[in-house]
Design a binder for this molecule. Structure first.
Ligand code: F6R
Length: 613
């Protein structure tokens, strides 16, 4: 989604702002801009398209970025919500006097009403955005104190915001505020940075302060004053982040997505490290902060999530029910928040989110807390809002996921959910031997993934063969059903091929009408329970002349004669099979998208973390 960067310090700010924006590029955006406080007032530069284009535009204004006379500035990458992607709609937005510049993530719900009111007071609106009301409102509320003006303006606003404001009268100040959209402060030496995402500032400082909702801050190069929106001082701790900046570089891979696919053995290793206790045949997940007695009382689990994280949750549902015997439901977070879900005192709500910032998942967390559930997070980004608000949970430790299409987060989420099911299972009906077997299997996951990665050239050949198809079906049963959903999601988001994931048995209840020779079916037919039934479904597809690509277990002698192509997956149990299989599907999607010349790391219309409803 949109990204914010801000800088105030001793250095000229333009290159820091542009570098910050470049590091936010992965989030997906359609235009970008910056505003710098200079002696003669604010200078803004905006552009549609890439940060590289904004850099060229900025060079027209500042031929040498290191020698410009601006030491305070804010910048933004926009993902259009209100108003088309255009230079006019790109942030920063200024008031009529050109004194105040605002960059904003989130949505101002009452902007139409505010705009009419401000127009009545003579303000001239240049853009179609909701954000522009903020710059005019702040200007109207300004009486010499920037923090007060922003607070007064925000008191009139309904909606969500993470924002940064500069004013030409205060060349060393930035005011920031948050409600529902993250803002983090980077504490440097004689310089202070702000961003919506740590990755924008982590190369400058590892000392950060996360703002909470309704916090505001006035920052200067050497001071940070945090207040709430009611103007009461609040204190927030400085956290030391452990963020390897090189992990957010491509390191020789053509795309972040490919790098992240190949990182998965290590990522899963990091997720499971230190969390498997062989002697007790169980998992150790201290972050859940649950005593065995409390854990035993949990009689229902509700997983709330979106997109890929929801697909991981759907795999987890099989684990919790099958391994731990706990009734489990998976809810689209957007649905959960609005449909008055039934939560009983011993219900655990697990919010699965890579970013920990997804607006609907966060809202589900708040709803679940209001209803008295035990709420935990399964997140990758340390210090993210969901992780902080749940206060208990499991971090994936997968490292930064930059590619917009989620890959390593899924395999780490599934691995973490499996560990959690073992932990809950061992506290209930699972015996020691079964616990030991599962622990051994989880330990094998990195190696299973590596074996699939070693077969990437074979998968690439299959991908090239089918790259011209315009429709695909992915089918599976059991845990392989959500795996099929995830395979279809990956393909559609990066290759723009229409792809649907279906339960293999559902095919004949309607979608089979679409099968014909131009519509390939990817059938997940690994040698696990349900395989024979999938083979029957493959026959149904073949009878409609659909070419079938099957995932099958090494050594399955029957399958090759039934299908056009086979992607071989090493032998493993039904519980871990989704992981190596999904890795094969990620590679299939990746190579198809590459063959079609798609922008793999920044697919059209998509954003990395969806912080609006
Ligand atoms: C798909 C994808 C999205 C995210 C979804 C939830 O590749 O990345 O579907 O999975 O937006 O995001 P998180 O996990 O950050 O809550």
């Amino acid at each position: 989604m949109c990204g914010i960067v801000g800088y105030t310090g001793k250095r000229c700010c333009v290159s820091t702002l542009l570098e910050g924006l470049r590091r936010l590029e992965y989030r997906g955006y359609d235009s970008a801009g910056l505003a710098v406080v200079e002696n003669q007032g604010l200078t803004t530069v905006k552009n549609t398209g890439k940060v590289e284009a904004l850099k060229d535009r900025s060079a027209e204004r500042w031929p040498d970025f290191e020698r410009c006379e601006g030491y305070t500035g804010i910048a933004h990458t926009r993902w259009a919500t209100h108003g088309a992607p255009s230079e006019i709609n790109a942030h920063p937005h200024l008031d009529d006097s050109g004194k105040f510049a605002v960059v904003h993530n989130g949505i101002i719900d009452n902007y139409l009403e505010l705009r009419e009111h401000l127009r009545g007071q003579g303000c001239e609106f240049k853009s179609d955005t909701d954000t522009e009301v903020l710059s005019h409102l702040i200007a109207k509320c300004y009486q010499g104190d920037l923090l007060h003006a922003v607070a007064a303006a925000l008191n009139k606003v309904k909606g969500t915001f993470g924002l940064a404001v500069v004013c030409s009268e205060h060349p060393d100040k930035i005011v920031i505020a948050r409600r529902g959209s993250p803002i983090v402060i980077g504490v440097g030496n004689d310089e202070t940075l702000v961003a919506s995402d740590i990755s924008a500032i982590a190369s400058y400082t590892k000392r950060v302060i996360f703002l909470d909702d309704d916090d505001m801050a006035l920052i200067t190069p050497g001071s940070i004053e945090i207040r709430n929106i009611e103007n009461v001082p609040v204190s927030r701790e400085i956290a030391q982040i452990d963020w390897d900046v090189s992990a957010a570089e491509k390191n020789g891979y053509e795309h972040f997505m490919l790098k992240e696919i190949f990182e998965q053995p290590q990522a899963v290793e990091n997720t499971i490290r230190g969390r498997l206790d062989k002697s007790a045949a169980t998992a150790v997940l201290n972050g859940l902060n649950l005593e065995p007695r409390e854990m035993a009382m949990i009689n229902r689990i509700v997983i709330a999530a979106c997109g890929t994280s929801m697909n991981a949750g759907l795999v987890g549902e099989y684990f919790f029910e099958d391994i731990a015997g706990i009734p489990t439901d998976v809810e689209q977070a957007a649905e959960f928040r609005y449909r008055n879900p039934i939560i009983e005192p011993n219900t655990m709500v697990l919010a699965v989110s890579q970013s920990g910032e997804t607006a609907d998942t966060l809202a589900a967390v708040r709803e679940a807390k209001n209803k008295g559930a035990i709420v935990a997070g399964l997140n990758n980004v340390v210090g993210s809002t969901i992780a902080r608000e749940t206060g208990r949970g499991i971090y994936l430790h997968a490292g930064p996921e930059i590619g917009v299409a989620s890959t390593k987060a899924f395999t780490c989420q599934v691995s973490a959910l499996l560990m959690m099911a073992v932990l809950f299972g061992r506290g209930r009906r699972m015996n020691r031997t079964d616990g030991e077997n599962l622990i051994n299997e989880i330990q094998q996951v990195p190696n299973l993934i590596q074996q699939v990665l070693d077969r990437a050239p074979e998968i690439e050949k299959i991908a090239i063969k089918y790259a011209k198809a315009e429709d695909f079906f992915f089918i599976g049963r059991g845990c392989m059903y959500p795996t099929a959903l995830e395979g279809a999601l990956k393909l559609k988001e990066i290759s723009y091929i229409h792809a649907e994931g279906y339960h293999a048995a559902e095919l004949k209840h309607g979608p089979i009408a679409l099968l014909e020779e131009k519509v390939p079916v990817v059938a997940l037919a690994n040698n696990i329970p349900g395989r024979d039934k999938v083979l029957a479904n493959i026959q149904e597809c073949a009878a409609r002349k659909s070419p079938v690509i099957a995932t099958a277990t090494d050594g399955d002698a029957d399958i090759a004669s039934l299908v056009q192509d086979v992607i071989w997956i090493p032998e493993c149990s039904r519980f871990v099979a989704p992981v190596p299989t999904v890795v094969a599907l990620q590679l299939l999607s990746y190579y198809i998208a590459r063959e079609r010349g798609c922008e793999i790391d920044q697919p059209r219309n998509l954003a990395k973390s969806v912080t609006v409803e």
